[in-house]
Ligand binder design. Structure first.
Ligand SMILES: NC(=O)c1ccc[n+]([C@@H]2O[C@H](COP(=O)([O-])OP(=O)(O)OC[C@H]3O[C@@H](n4cnc5c(N)ncnc54)[C@H](O)[C@@H]3O)[C@@H](O)[C@H]2O)c1
Length: 340
């Protein structure tokens, strides 16, 4: 199968490519290698992919930006792409308060270009689009179910992600492209993002620096181990939606939609407190954190928790790695990366 992964040098893109390349697939990856966080780790991920798969010629990498629609049209045609896994995005809730335009460029405009390239190709069998649990943030009911309202995002990152979900629906209705929307819940693990809590906490604790604990540690999160995400994506590729049954539309409205689209939560299915997460990091590092308790940050979600019944039903798999094991794996990787 010829698969295109956007954001392949990113955290989830790297792990997904690794998983798919171990099977009989050809993976073509695009990434702009932007400097939202240290580019060194993006290059390291890419070098590992190139090293492992260069001889088999199953992996091709293109440093390019999704703003270049002509390039996308060409690559999809030349490499006979059938499956698109769209992970490239400007992620991060906090950064969206500072630079919202990055989200318009890399989420809305970039996704539009990719959708257009797929429409022109006419050969795309399945388009998997990364979204986020943040789209549910205004919901007080947990766990979040795919049919829960997601139309009132509390910050701009989630607003742009929700916009891409809606754009996918319209492209599916208009041009028949089947879409699966992947709503990820706080992903963590080896080769993780330096802007995310686990990385920052580990780094600061080891350097005897304070860690910032927002909302006085009263958040809960559904932490999902990255390998469980990659396995889920690999299995979902084969589950091509045939109808529009989860778009949160009433039957009366969905009657007019010909979209073939599915929305799937990919979470661990467990709600953990931030305090527990920190105490597990401390335990694994055998070192106490200096905690700087801070008030609630505007835009943050108070709690996230996934209902993963649909995931289990669709792919007969549920995420397996608990946070004890996942944090240990991350810290083992972190120490080897920094030669500690
Ligand atoms: N990590 C999480 O906890 C999490 C949670 C929910 C949703 N997501 C979503 O999952 C996807 C992957 O996230 P991640 O954690 O791997 O992020 P990441 O930042 O590590 O990876 C994204 C990659 O996309 C690239 N990119 C950004 N804009 C681009 C453009 N215009 N053209 C080409 N490449 C571009 C970046 O250089 C980066 O390498 C994103 O869509 C994100 O919104 C992630």
């Amino acid at each position: 199968m010829n698969i295109l992964i956007t954001g392949v040098a990113g955290f989830i893109g790297f792990h997904t490519a690794l998983k798919l390349l171990n099977k009989k697939n050809n993976v073509y990856g695009i990434d702009s290698l932007n400097n939202y966080y240290d580019v060194k780790i993006k290059k390291l991920r890419l070098n590992l992919l190139k090293k492992k798969f260069s001889k088999t010629k199953k992996f091709g990498f293109y440093k390019n930006n999704l703003k270049n629609e002509k390039f996308l049209v060409n690559i999809i045609k030349k490499k006979k792409i059938k499956i698109v896994i769209h992970l490239a995005a400007q992620a991060g809730v906090r950064h969206s308060l500072k630079k919202p335009i990055d989200y318009v460029t890399n989420n809305i405009v970039a996704t539009t270009n990719l959708l257009e390239a797929c429409r022109k190709s006419k050969n795309i069998k399945h388009f998997l689009l990364a979204s986020t649990s943040s789209v549910y943030a205004s919901s007080i009911k947990t766990p979040f179910n795919e049919k829960d309202p997601a139309d009132f995002p509390l910050q701009f990152y989630a607003a742009t992600k929700r916009a891409t979900e809606l754009m996918a629906h319209s492209y599916s209705h208009l041009y028949g492209i089947p879409f699966t929307i992947l709503r990820f819940f706080t992903v963590y693990g080896p080769f993780g993002r330096p802007d995310m809590a686990l990385y920052k906490f580990t780094q600061n604790i080891l350097k005897n620096k304070e860690i910032e604990v927002f909302n006085n540690g009263n958040h809960t999160r559904d932490f999902t181990y990255v390998d469980d995400i990659a396995i889920s994506i690999q299995k979902l590729i084969k589950k091509i939606p045939k109808t529009n049954d989860t778009f949160g539309l009433s039957k009366k409205i969905s009657h007019y939609s010909n979209a073939k689209i599915n929305i799937i939560n990919i979470g661990n299915g467990k709600q953990e407190t931030l305090e527990k997460y920190i105490s597990l990091i401390e335990k694994t590092l055998n070192k106490k954190a200096k905690k700087n308790y801070l008030p609630f940050q505007i835009g943050d979600a108070l709690n996230t928790s996934s209902n993963i019944k649909r995931l289990k039903k669709t792919i007969k798999f549920s995420p397996k790695v608990n946070i004890d094991k996942g944090i240990k794996n991350f810290i083992r990787w972190f120490k080897s990366y920094y030669k500690i």
